[in-house]
Write a protein that binds this ligand. Sequence first.
Ligand code: 4AD
Ligand code: MG
Length: 461
Amino acid sequence: MQEKAVSIRSLYEAFASGEGFPANREVIVEGWVKTNRNSGKVGFIELHDGTCFKNLQLVYGADMKGFDAISHYSLASAIEAKGVLTLTPGMKQPFELQVEKIRLLGGVADDYPLQKKRASFEFLRDMAYLRPRTNTFDAVFRVRSVLAMAIHTYFQEHGFVYVHTPEITANDAEGAGQVFTVTTDAKDPINDFYGRRASLTVSGQLHVEAFAMAFKDVYTFGPTFRAEKSNTPRHASEFWMIEPELAFADLDDDMDCIEDSIKFCIRYVMEKCPDEMDFFEKWIAPGLKAKLNDVLNKPFRKMEYTEGIRLLQEALKSGHKFDNDKIEWGMDLQSEHERYLTEEVVKGPMFLVDYPKEIKAFYMRENDDGKTVAACDLLVPGEGEIVGGSQREERYEVLKEKMEKIGNAKGLEWYLNLRKYGGCVHSGFGIGFDRLLMYITGVANIRDTEPYPRTSNNLKY
Ligand code: 4AD
Ligand code: MG
């Protein structure tokens, strides 16, 4: 067989568009066996080639040379088949391949760990190198790819410039101390390679702010590292973050951009991945599509932190149980508190704004009340925070004083200088890419949205 194989994706696309579908013509396909069954007279192989969620049915007759061998091609075998594409109106699949010739390209050893029965998420996590072959992860990782494209499409179409901020940095951008040190000399990391302490980035924000002062609207999109030992379904030590930064924009502009971009991404994925979304709806999160459609049709609600605290205290009084039940103004909200507000009160995505300055990062702009900062977190049902944003402190003296107080002014003079050299009101935010993917697919654990998840005590692959 010399001719080139066609992709199953191209067949379904041609069929759907009504143009160029090679009905009754000979084609070659290659892929992996999903199922193989026969009645003794005729055999059926469900072939998956990875180019789309759908499979192609191959039909082979008992009169074929090697029928017996073919009927033993087992799950996951790599094969090539040549045959005639036939329309099958009224059947489950719109067309199938009447096989003329078939060839085993790669057989499967008996110890193949993924047999037909449904395996648990936990089991599959331990098989990170094989799980992309399962239906669930076929859908998750294709949507992950499409979602990345949605992000780029949205920001590029809106004139944002994509900036590659560094992965190795001398700054702790969030000032939270959750950094991984980078060194070639564990005994003396400070006098090592760079002559100063280096770490993996926790956020590209500070670097990208500098670019916003040149290009107006910019974004970074890349891996981010945090040494937080939070063993939750929402925390990973390596995750991807999108960080847009907008010059001449205040907190309201920031929230408009968050809402618009998140809605764009949801719409984009639902449109480009209908089969995958149907699969999630059926097997992972019933009600998912209605939930997402509802999100698209309503404005995100805004609520002040102070109001949030009041509602949480009220809930407590009327008998709602929280694990952390000391609820007072100034506290950092736990996920259970965020979820109460977004799930029980608002029943949809919401912005919680104007947080106490003590619990938020140093770069956020102080409000006139002297107690809060212009911050906005986007909270969603099922997860809590998926986006964190703020208006930035643009006043040189105010920011300098704050940074001197917390002790990170030294080494970040360049960041302060941005306020001296044509600084302006500006805002930005960080979308947790993996958390957004969880939200859109209904997958409940971040470990099942990343190809090779990194969490503490977990580095098998
Ligand atoms: O709220 P965070 O910490 O904000 C920042 O890093 C800012 N510099 C963003 C900015 O304004 N440019 O993180 C932003 C988002 C969170 O809302 C969350 O979705 C995600 O990043 N995130 C994590 N995702 C997975 N695992 C973790 N350990 C995460 N920490 C934050
Ligand atoms: Mg945050």
